[in-house]
Design a protein around this ligand. Structure first.
Ligand code: ZN
Length: 254
């Protein structure tokens, strides 16, 4: 299937223009030749076990060439590409190397992030959540749009909190907004080597994950030496947000 351009409304500048296929996450961050199925969410929720462990195959056609959608116009796409994508790619490659070159049983890793532009990284994550949701999302949360559109802005209200973890087992999570009993309003996006959670209007910290909201205050002119981050590694076998049960737990083997 050729992934050319389409006319539609851009999720960043909100103008109706020619949109091009945006890889989510960036193509350069291990999303070039991804093979995948698109599944109806309700169907996937109902039959999570069958799809995950019992070899049930989706009826849809298998696609390849990277996951993504027609979310942004050509101009906004190249803006994101030139401003934020490189940082995301750099961090993703570091994380993937660390996960792959260590024992699979290790559950947490510490990284040196002193040479990552954390503000750009957070803006790229925000762009992923914008691309993953429909227009109502940024109508309700316009500050997210402003945060991405203005490369120098450190401003984002406190009600938006970001978290991350490492991932290399299970399924991708698509970043769609969920209203949960336990965690309030959250979006979760997972694509190895990372998982990200955006929590909205929840004053409680999500304790399983590493909070990265403070990345918004990053100042490239005042870099910290030896700044480290500890990230847990979680599997994502089922499509439910914040569900990190292992294969053994899900199969009742522990
Ligand atoms: Zn645009």
């Amino acid at each position: 299937m050729r992934k050319g351009t389409k006319v539609g409304k851009c999720k960043l500048c909100l103008e109706t223009k020619e949109l091009n296929f945006e890889h989510i996450p960036p193509r350069s961050a291990f999303n070039k030749e991804t093979k995948y199925y698109t599944l109806d969410q309700t169907e996937y929720y109902k039959k999570a076990k069958e799809y995950t462990f019992e070899n049930l195959k989706p009826k849809s056609r298998k696609e390849q060439g990277g996951i993504g959608s027609y979310s942004f116009c050509i101009k906004c796409n190249s803006y994101l590409g030139s401003k934020y994508v490189r940082t995301y790619k750099k961090f993703a490659h570091i994380a993937m190397n660390i996960i792959q070159s260590n024992d699979i049983k290790i559950k947490a890793f510490q990284f040196d992030i002193s040479d990552i532009n954390l503000l750009n990284f957070l803006k790229q994550i925000t762009a992923i959540f914008i691309a993953s949701n429909n227009f109502i999302f940024t109508e309700c949360y316009p500050e997210l749009l402003e945060f991405v559109k203005n490369e120098n802005s450190n401003e984002l209200p406190e009600k938006y909190r970001f978290y991350m973890y490492l991932n290399n087992e299970g399924q991708n999570r698509n970043g769609n907004i969920h209203y949960t009993n336990l965690y309030g309003t959250i979006c979760e996006f997972t694509f190895s080597p990372f998982g990200f959670v955006l929590s909205i209007d929840n004053t409680n910290q999500l304790i399983k994950l590493t909070e990265i909201t403070s990345f918004k205050n990053y100042d490239k002119n005042r870099k910290l030496l030896n700044s480290n981050i500890i990230l847990n590694k979680y599997p994502t076998f089922y499509p439910f947000p914040m569900d990190y049960r292992s294969e053994k737990e899900l199969k009742g083997e522990t």
